[in-house]
Write a protein that binds this ligand. Structure first.
Ligand code: HEC
Length: 169
């Protein structure tokens, strides 16, 4: 038995060494401030900082890559989250969304943050600054709700009475 384990371990070790040569692409696409969510929506400073610390690494072109994103296969898994995060919601290109999509994303934002789905747990393990206290979460949600109301109003063109219903993708 022991005789077989050694070659297997060596093979695994060799594989681990080889995959280190397949680094992820860390070039951030251009970030146009004039299209940026924070620039456009202008949250209170505290909320802006929270968004940058807790969300922008996966949902914008301002991703910061920590040292362990040099280590495979961990980095592949992280890069996957970034690609997926940007695909679902990209704060760097907020201005490119049409009115309906802005309203839809604003609604998702309120939902994801209030239900504590975001930021992802795996992210807060290594990013203490992204661990939102209850108060911080509440401040973020309260502000996001004002964005939701505003964006839904922009879709219906009606005053705030009933804009919330029926706004789909
Ligand atoms: C570690 C990466 C990561 C971080 C940090 C992160 N997200 Fe996400 N987010 C994702 C991924 C991946 C998805 C898509 C898959 C899913 O829904 O779980 C997503 C989905 C979302 C969606 C759904 C978008 C849609 O329309 O489908 C919203 C809204 C969202 N995130 C908001 C936030 C907010 C707000 C923060 C900060 C408080 C945040 N996220 C932090 C990775 C991240």
């Amino acid at each position: 038995m022991k005789k077989r384990i050694k070659p297997i371990l060596l093979a695994l070790l060799a594989l681990l060494v080889i995959i280190q040569f397949f680094q992820i692409d860390k070039t951030n696409p251009p970030h146009d401030t004039t299209k940026d969510f924070i620039t456009i929506q202008n949250p209170p400073q505290e909320v802006a900082t929270l968004l940058q610390d807790a969300c922008y690494d996966c949902h914008s072109h301002l991703t910061e890559y920590p040292w362990y994103t040099n280590v495979q296969p961990l980095a592949w898994w992280i890069k996957d989250h970034i690609n997926d995060g940007r695909r679902h919601l990209n704060f760097s290109t907020w201005a490119d969304l049409n009115a309906k999509r802005k309203a839809r994303k604003a609604e998702e934002l309120v939902e994801m943050v209030s239900e504590e789905e975001m930021p992802l747990k795996s992210f807060t393990w290594t990013h203490p600054e992204a661990r939102l206290t209850n108060l911080q979460r509440k401040k973020m949600v309260d502000w996001l709700k004002t964005v939701e109301t505003k964006e839904k109003k922009a879709v219906t063109g009606l005053p705030a009475l009933k804009p919330a219903e029926g706004v789909e993708e």
